[in-house]
Design a protein around this ligand. Structure first.
Ligand code: C5P
Length: 398
C-alpha cells in the first residue's frame, strides 16, 4: 500500500520511542522507503543502530556532520520526504517546531521540508494539558500541511492516567496509509446536525437553548479534512459555515428532521447528531404577537420528533452517532440512549461542568459503543472532533 512512498520518521525524546521501532517495521512491511532522524533525546531511549537495522538506511542524528552532509545532506533529506512523521513528538519538540526553531537536525528538516508533517504527541498527561503545550498545538493546527495524530487516553508509563499516550504503531501506520489514500474518510458521505433549534411561539418569540454549534462545526471540519463529503444541517448559530462543507440552515426541529432526511436520502455513510434539538415545541404557533394582557399564561407544548432515532430506524441506516449532554450520571444516561435510540455510538459529556460544554472552546467526553468505550480528557473541540472522526472510521472498518 505504501510502495515507493518516502517517509521520514523523526524520533524525539520520550519513552514511547521504543514503539517507533515497530512503526518503522510496519511502514517497511507496507512497502515504504523509510529514513530515520533522531534527536539527542530520542537516542537516549532507543539506539540509532536499532532504527538503522529496521529501516535498512543510515540513521541521521546531527545537523553539522561532515560525513552525513556528504551522503544525504539535510536539505536533500527534507526534499526527499513525501511525508514526515514525528513519533514520539515530545512537548519540547512541539514547542520548538511551533516557534519555528531550527536548532537541531529534525527541527531544521521540519522548517526546510515542503512535505506534510504529522506529529504523534507523547508525554505526561499534565504536560499535554498544560496551557503552553495546548497553545502550541492550537497554533500548529492552523497549518493545513501539519497533522496532529493523537494522543490517546489511558495509563501512562509514569503511572498517571489521562491523555498523552502516543497512538499505537498500528494506528500510526494506519494514519500514514490513510494519508496517502487522501484521508481516512475518503469516499465517505457524512451528514451532521449542529446547533440549537428554535421553536416558534408567535412571530417574534421562540423556545431555544444555549448550543453554540461549535462541536458540530468542528466535526464537519474534521470530516472534511479526512477526505469526506460533508453536509451540515445547522440550526441558527453565530459561527461561519465551514469552507468546503455544504451547509443547510434550518430553524425548528421539524425542519431539521426534514433536511436531515433529505441529506441521508442522497446517500450517507455516517450520520452524526450533535444538534441540541428542543425536546418540545408549542402545540400552536400564534399568528399574531401575543399581548401581555394576562398575569399568567400557559403555552401547551408537544414533543418534537427525535431526529437521530428516526435516522437510526431507517432500513438504509448509516453508521449513526448521537450526543448525550448530561448534568449527572453522564455515562449511565448515555448508555441508556445508545440502546433506546439504537445508535452505533454515543458521545457523552457533562454540561454542568463550566470548563466544557455549550459555549466553551474545549470539551471532555466519553465515547461509548456496544461493547466498548474510550474517554477523551479536556482538549479543544477541534482536536476532540478529529479524535472522534478517527474513532468512527476505525469502528466502521473493524
Ligand atoms: O434525548 P436527548 O435529547 O438527550 O438525546 C441527545 C441526542 O439525540 C443528540 O444526538 C441529539 O442531537 C439527538 N436528538 C435528536 N432529536 C431530538 C432530540 C435529540 O436528534 N428531538
Amino acid at each position: 500500500m505504501l510502495n515507493g512512498r518516502r517517509i521520514l520518521v523523526g524520533v524525539t525524546g520520550g519513552i514511547a520511542a521504543y514503539k517507533t521501532a515497530e512503526l518503522v517495521r510496519l511502514l517497511i512491511k507496507a512497502g515504504a522507503d523509510v529514513r530515520v532522524v533522531m534527536t539527542s533525546g530520542g537516542q537516549e531511549f532507543i539506539t540509532p543502530l536499532t532504527m538503522q537495522a529496521l529501516s535498512g538506511n543510515p540513521v541521521h542524528t546531527h545537523l553539522l556532520d561532515t560525513d552525513a552532509e556528504a551522503g544525504m545532506g539535510h536539505i536533500e533529506l527534507a526534499k526527499w520526504a513525501d511525508l514526515v512523521v514525528i513519533a514520539p513528538a515530545s512537548a519540547d519538540f512541539i514547542a520548538r517546531i511551533s516557534a519555528g526553531m531550527a536548532n537541531d537536525l529534525l527541527t531544521t528538516l521540519c522548517l526546510a521540508t515542503e512535505a506534510p508533517i504529522a506529529l504523534a504527541p507523547a508525554m505526561n498527561q499534565a504536560m499535554w494539558k498544560n496551557r503552553r503545550t495546548q497553545r502550541n498545538i492550537e497554533a500548529l493546527s492552523d497549518d493545513p500541511k501539519l497533522f496532529i495524530w493523537g494522543p490517546a487516553d489511558g495509563e501512562q508509563a509514569c503511572g498517571d492516567i489521562g491523555a498523552g499516550r502516543m497512538l499505537e504503531p498500528e494506528q500510526l501506520a494506519g494514519r500514514v496509509k490513510g494519508h496517502f489514500d487522501h484521508g481516512f474518510l475518503h469516499g465517505k458521505k457524512v451528514v451532521i446536525t449542529a446547533g440549537p433549534t428554535r421553536e416558534a411561539i408567535d412571530p417574534v418569540r421562540y423556545i431555544s437553548n444555549h448550543s453554540s454549534g461549535k462541536m458540530g462545526y468542528a466535526l464537519a471540519i474534521a470530516a472534511r479534512d479526512a477526505g469526506a463529503q460533508v453536509e451540515l444541517v445547522s440550526g441558527p448559530v453565530a459561527i461561519p459555515a465551514p469552507e468546503g462543507v455544504e451547509t443547510i440552515y434550518v430553524s425548528s426541529a421539524s425542519t431539521m428532521l426534514e433536511a436531515a432526511q433529505n441529506a441521508v436520502d442522497k446517500g450517507c455513510d455516517i450520520f452524526i447528531a450533535s444538534a441540541a434539538v428542543a425536546d418540545y415545541r408549542p402545540d400552536e404557533i400564534q399568528e399574531q404577537k401575543i399581548k401581555k394582557s394576562q398575569d399568567k399564561m400557559v403555552i401547551e407544548l408537544i414533543k418534537n420528533p427525535d431526529i437521530v432515532a428516526t435516522i437510526a430506524a431507517r432500513k438504509d441506516r448509516p453508521f449513526t452517532v448521537g450526543f448525550a449532554a448530561e448534568t449527572q450520571d453522564v455515562v449511565a444516561y448515555a448508555e441508556g440512549k445508545l440502546q433506546r435510540k439504537k445508535l452505533d455510538m454515543i458521545v457523552a459529556n457533562d454540561v454542568s461542568d463550566q470548563r466544557i460544554g455549550f459555549n466553551s472552546e474545549n470539551n471532555e467526553a466519553t465515547v461509548l459503543w456496544n461493547g466498548g468505550c474510550q474517554s477523551f480528557s479536556l482538549q479543544s473541540k477541534s482536536l476532540l472532533a478529529v479524535n472522534i472522526m478517527a474513532l468512527i472510521a476505525s469502528r466502521i472498518s473493524s
